[in-house]
Design a protein around this ligand. Structure first.
Ligand SMILES: Cc1cc2nc3c(=O)[nH]c(=O)nc-3n(C[C@H](O)[C@H](O)[C@H](O)COP(=O)(O)OP(=O)(O)OC[C@H]3O[C@@H](n4cnc5c(N)ncnc54)[C@H](O)[C@@H]3O)c2cc1C
Length: 414
């Protein structure tokens, strides 16, 4: 094989030892591709720099402790509000940052390099609640909820999954009936991220058999959350059940119209899947960086590990699949927004990029041997975190079914 060392990126002066600096990326970033794809505007570039710096300075140092405790770092979460990140997709006129899906992907990508669990809490708040809420709320509702959710004073989440219905979302059993100036909800939701700390939740329930969206506050009579549900990874965020026992929700907390909850849900699932895929990209990119440095420093049989062909395969394949995942995710991000739907793109992005984080974390662990399996390095945590992307926000099988259905409809119409 030809020696291609002259084409290799150089170690950057001024960046931490061993960090690879590509000509388009900030120090420590692995952006090797098109500027137009990863940074469509100067604003996106500045956002990435800001979030990457915050993630290295504030998120990384606490990640291992939050993982061990299985707890969300609430003060750190509120710092995201100070940075304007909790309303990244909310128009500036309503107090948000007025940015797009590419910006949302950038934030998830950069935060996830250091703490995917914390990033999942951010996703549940900013995408599953704030983005969805803002797209279907009235101005009166926005005035009541946006200031405190954009600052982080109120942590929020979204309840769709039930003990008896996950993938089969139409099978949900939580019901709502109108009673005077309230709706009365009966049922429960499970695996709800931010349920332990959250004050308000966007909840789907069936009203006369039609899915309808509500905002349920912690202080609504008849509302409770279960004990924390312990989990394998993503432990920097918490989850629990939401329980509605004749839960009385003010009628003014109906989101949109009665019966149009499915439309809100399907629209928001697109940005949810895309940002979950972005988390996978962050995990994969960090694992490439760690395994390359380790393979350079660690010697066996008198040579650095990276001189062994089998190790090169893990590094090179891991890098190539990371870049492919990023390219698809950023490409789809340009075509997702409240005004245009892209279920094919978001399902494809999560179906492809979802397993990449897990695979590349596995490659990194293999390259590092016992060190990769131990807690001294973050790879074992990233490896545990990565699996969630194949399940949450829709399983791989759900994406395969959706995609096939949409492709048959588009390409083989009857
Ligand atoms: C850490 C974590 C955080 C989460 N956060 C939230 C949250 O904030 N809000 C929320 O609402 N939900 C949340 N979830 C729930 C998540 O979205 C669901 O777990 C997911 O949608 C799958 O549903 P399920 O677990 O009920 O699996 P099931 O639907 O029971 O599926 C089990 C298996 O069967 C397969 N399967 C099911 N139906 C079919 C079919 N028709 N054809 C082929 N295979 C099929 C699935 O692909 C999967 O492999 C979270 C889950 C986790 C683990």
């Amino acid at each position: 094989m030809a020696d291609s060392s002259s084409a290799h990126p150089s170690h950057a002066a001024g960046s931490s030892p061993g960090v690879i600096a590509y000509h388009l990326g900030a120090p420590g970033s692995m952006l090797s591709g098109s500027k137009a794809l990863f940074h469509p505007t100067h604003e996106h570039e500045l956002l990435r720099q800001m979030v990457a710096e915050f993630a290295r300075r504030e998120v990384e140092p606490q990640a291992a402790a939050s993982d061990a405790a299985g707890a969300l770092n609430v003060p750190l979460f509120r710092m995201l509000g100070e940075l304007g990140l909790l309303g990244v997709t909310v128009p500036e006129a309503r107090g948000g940052s007025g940015l797009d899906a590419v910006a949302a992907v950038i934030v998830h990508h950069e935060l996830a390099k250091y703490d995917p669990g914390f990033t999942l809490a951010y996703l549940a708040h900013s995408m599953l609640f704030v983005n969805n809420f803002d797209n279907c709320a009235t101005d009166e509702q926005r005035a009541r909820y946006l200031p405190k959710t954009l600052s982080g004073e109120w942590i929020a989440g979204m309840g769709m999954t039930e003990p008896g219905a996950g993938t089969d979302v139409m099978g949900m059993a939580t019901t709502a009936i109108r009673d005077g100036d309230s709706y009365v909800l009966q049922g429960s939701k499970t695996y709800i991220t931010n349920a332990c700390e959250g004050f308000c939740f966007l909840v789907y329930a069936k009203l006369d058999g039609r899915i309808t969206a509500f905002v349920v506050d912690r202080d609504c009579p008849g509302f409770a959350t279960s004990a924390h549900i312990d989990k394998l990874g993503m432990r920097g965020s918490t989850m629990a059940e939401l329980v509605f026992d004749d839960c009385r929700v003010p009628a003014r907390n109906l989101l949109g119209q009665e019966g149009d909850g499915l439309t809100h849900m399907m629209r928001n699932l697109e940005i949810e899947r895309l940002t979950l895929a972005a988390i996978s990209c962050g995990i994969a990119e960090r694992c490439v960086e760690i395994m390359v440095r380790y393979a350079d420093e660690r010697r066996a049989f008198g040579q650095p590990l990276h001189t062994f062909g089998q190790v090169q395969r893990y590094i090179a394949d891991g890098f190539a699949m990371t870049e492919a995942a990023k390219s698809l995710v950023y490409s789809v991000a340009r075509d997702i927004g409240p005004e245009f739907r892209n279920r094919v793109g978001s399902d494809a992005a999560k179906l492809f990029a979802g397993p990449v984080g897990k695979t590349v974390a596995d490659y990194a662990m293999q390259v590092m041997g016992g060190a990769g399996y131990c807690r001294e390095y973050p790879v074992e945590r990233l490896w545990r975190d990565a699996k969630l992307i194949e399940i949450g926000g829709g399983t791989l099988e759900a994406h395969q079914k959706n995609l096939t259905k949409d492709l048959v409809r588009a390409l083989a119409p009857r």
